[in-house]
Ligand binder design. Structure first.
Ligand code: ZN
Length: 357
């Protein structure tokens, strides 16, 4: 008997099949079942941005047995992330590991059956469609509206559903966008807020509780989409405040008949092929500078060059040094994150001086 069990286990290990009871509490749930669990295993999700929301949602999705997870994130782990970014630990912060890589390692430890593909990259008009086209569902883990408009354009164009989520302070919001069925992100937010008028994690802080609640809603929406239970999708905008106990669900958010994106099919963010070359990073007192065209940087050579300016730290994915009092981190795709400034021109000129144009 014991031998038969051992053989069965070996068989499962070689075929990659799940332990029979790994997902039993989930597949026993009426809307999932064995068939739903199989759909989750076959499911492909794209997580754009792997900060607080992305890592909390991904943690749960990996545990749920979603079979294929692609992660795209442009940043690296820091100590101030650990209060709310559930996939990372002190070792990741000390090593400055890119979040996509650290998240992929964590997901592999949580569920070795999940195929996880990490990309250390910025999502731009040039690459967003390639990423989105391979996904069944896209999960928003970003911290900025510019990228959300881009995700919205790509998803509406390619007819792929996506789940918007955002959290700041004690508040959070979420909305599920199913192209041709629901309002799109731009129906609700036609134009970006003027720069500097929005609260950021830097000014308002962000609580782990609001993040985890929004991530939980995003998880449920992704799972409903993957198992095919569209009837129970959240239709409209959900807003919550974990501190003041306000929970709002705006049912029936209507499509804007003049929406440039989903009605007129003008994909203005996707078509803006020249992206802004600089972006301030939410909650970071830091600026990202991107090269006009992505190109591979020889990190070893750059590291040697920068040693003239001071101590250089590096890992397989980035080089970091101190230039003129600012910590500068350069990635292999040519992007740099420059800390200690919110001045775009300061960041651009440091980049030009030490990395090149
Ligand atoms: Zn729309």
């Amino acid at each position: 008997m014991a031998r038969a069990v051992a053989m069965k286990r070996r068989e499962q290990a070689t075929t990659g099949a799940a332990e029979p009871d790994r997902y039993s509490r989930q597949s026993r749930f009426w809307a999932i079942g064995r068939a739903g669990q199989d759909r989750l295993r076959a499911g492909r999700i794209l997580v754009i941005g792997c900060g607080a929301l992305g890592s909390a949602a991904m943690n749960l999705l990996a545990r749920a047995g979603v079979g294929h997870i692609t992660i795209v994130d442009r940043d690296f782990v820091e100590l101030s992330n650990l209060q709310r970014q559930l996939l990372f630990d002190e070792a990741d912060a000390a090593a400055g590991t890119p979040k996509a890589i650290a998240a992929a390692r964590a997901v592999a430890r949580i569920n070795s059956e999940v195929e996880v593909r990490p990309f250390v990259a910025d999502v731009t008009p040039t690459n967003v469609e390639q990423f989105v086209a391979q996904a069944d569902v896209v999960l928003d883990g970003t911290d900025n509206f510019e990228t959300r408009y881009l995700i919205n354009d790509a998803c509406v164009k390619l007819d792929i559903p996506w789940v918007y989520g955002g959290a700041i302070g004690s508040t959070g919001m979420s909305m599920t966008i199913v192209p041709r069925e629901t309002a799109c992100f731009r129906c609700l937010f036609p134009t970006p807020q003027p720069v500097g008028t929005m609260e950021t994690c830097e000014t308002a802080g962000v609580l782990a509780a609001s993040v985890v609640m929004v991530a939980a809603i995003e998880w449920a929406e992704v799972v409903k989409l993957l198992v095919g239970d569209r009837a129970n999708l959240s239709r409209g905008l959900t807003a919550l405040d974990v501190w003041t106990n306000d929970y709002l669900h705006a049912e029936g958010t209507h499509r804007d008949p003049d929406c440039p994106c989903c009605a007129q099919r003008r994909f203005e963010y996707l078509d803006a092929l020249v992206t802004s070359r600089t972006a301030s990073l939410c909650g970071r007192d830091a600026i990202q500078v991107s090269p006009g065209q992505p190109h591979r940087v020889d990190l070893a050579e750059l590291g040697r060059k920068l040693e003239a300016t001071g101590p250089v730290a590096s890992n397989d994915y980035l080089v970091r040094c101190l230039v003129e009092g600012h910590e500068m981190t350069v990635f292999a795709d040519g992007r740099a994150i420059i800390k200690g400034t919110t001045d775009l021109s300061v960041a651009r000129s440091l980049y030009a001086r030490y990395v090149g144009t």
